[in-house]
Ligand binder design. Sequence first.
Ligand code: ADP
Ligand code: G6P
Length: 457
Amino acid sequence: MAGRLIVISNRIPMGETVSGGLVVALHDALGCAGGIWIGAHPETGAGDDAVEELGTAPYRRLAFRLTEEEQANYYLGYANSVLWPLCHRRGDLVEMRSEYQAAYQAVNARVARIVARIARPDDLIWVHDYHFLPLATEMRALGLPNRIGFFLHIPFPALGDLSVLSQPERFADDLAHYNLIGLQTRGDVARCLEMFRADPRAEFMPDGSIKFRDRITSVRSFPIGIDTAGFAADAAQEAVNPFGRESPGRFIIGVDRLDYSKGLPNRFRGFARYLENRPEGVRPCLVQIAPPTRQQVRAYQDITRELEEIAGHVNGAFAELDWTPLRYIHRAVPRVELARLYRKASACLVTSYADGMNLVAKEFVAAQDPENPGVLLLSRFAGAAEDMTDALQINPYDVEDVAAAIGAALEMPLEERRKRHEACLEVVRKTDVTNWSTDFLRVLMTCTPSFDFPDFH
Ligand code: ADP
Ligand code: G6P
């Protein structure tokens, strides 16, 4: 690659230890290409065009500061109270406010100015997620000639749902300013193409790319993955015992940010239904780790309360003096402990109503002992379900289905567990995080730049 790689995402790793799916992926890509990562500082500040250097090796990390108002209106507001529910099919939770949209636009314009100050024309620019949909529009307006790619980590919205936005026609227009639009699944690509097909400003070219006014863009799926080998190695570390002396015996694991898209209430209800009809003498646990997220948004406060109530009911109804069926932990745990937990679990329960990919499903599979693997129960609405067809797929809207699948997983013969696990592991290996970033960047590098300003810079 001739130029550098410039990555922009709202979240940026703060410490020296790098962990987590997206962070590891970008860390690898940036390490190889020698690049720059730009993101929002977790603490608020002046809201000007200044950036703080967070670290320089093996790549530079630069953070800008949002004002408190921007944090409320851009991040909690437009990004997480409009775009997040819209893309996760929860139009009922969308909260429209004009100050949200204004702040979103203003932050995108500011980040564009920051990038324009730093970028050289041969740098590749890779923008991540729904916080920055209009960033390419803003960067083009400043004359940036670079190849600019975009990756959406969450589901692509259905065409009809876009009408929730005050200016739905801007969605396609903003996306079409990118040379390459990367999405998680083939289903996401189909929805994105449906949006362009319905737009009179778009014209499909013979090679499958889209001409939108004077710009050419391409849409492709790049299913994100994890650092499979690294995760498996952490999981096999026997020295780590996450439970101390309180081992729960046979257990099912759930790991999710406490988000309404994850279907947690129905997961608990499904587990309760299983407990009602379970075979005599069987006393499994559900260990649910669900750290708080976006707690200033009302929908997140509501789901937190609802879940606490259901958890209380389940334990009230089923617990015995020496058995707590539901262990619900409302905070994050270190990754190596998480890996160990996955490995010790008999099953993992993923019940998302909508989910871009769901990395937990991939982490669970990577963490298993192939000789005696646990069973993945995977919502058919998670992006991961598109390729992981050998997981036990479930319908999270159907509590009976969840309960029946829990029973089937806990009773599944070793041979079937091995066969399913082997097939799932093959998918996890093939869509490894390194493949994800190298595939995306390889395709982006072959895209025709939309603009050609040889004198720029
Ligand atoms: P989302 O991106 O919507 O949060 P994913 O399942 O794709 O969902 O990714 C979640 C990531 O966050 C995974 O890498 C998972 O291991 C990590 N994670 C989720 N909950 C916890 C937790 N309680 N402690 C530590 N890591 C967590
Ligand atoms: C999802 C989004 C990411 C986001 C993450 C955590 O994975 O796709 O963009 O960073 O959730 O959410 P947060 O609001 O804490 O950044």
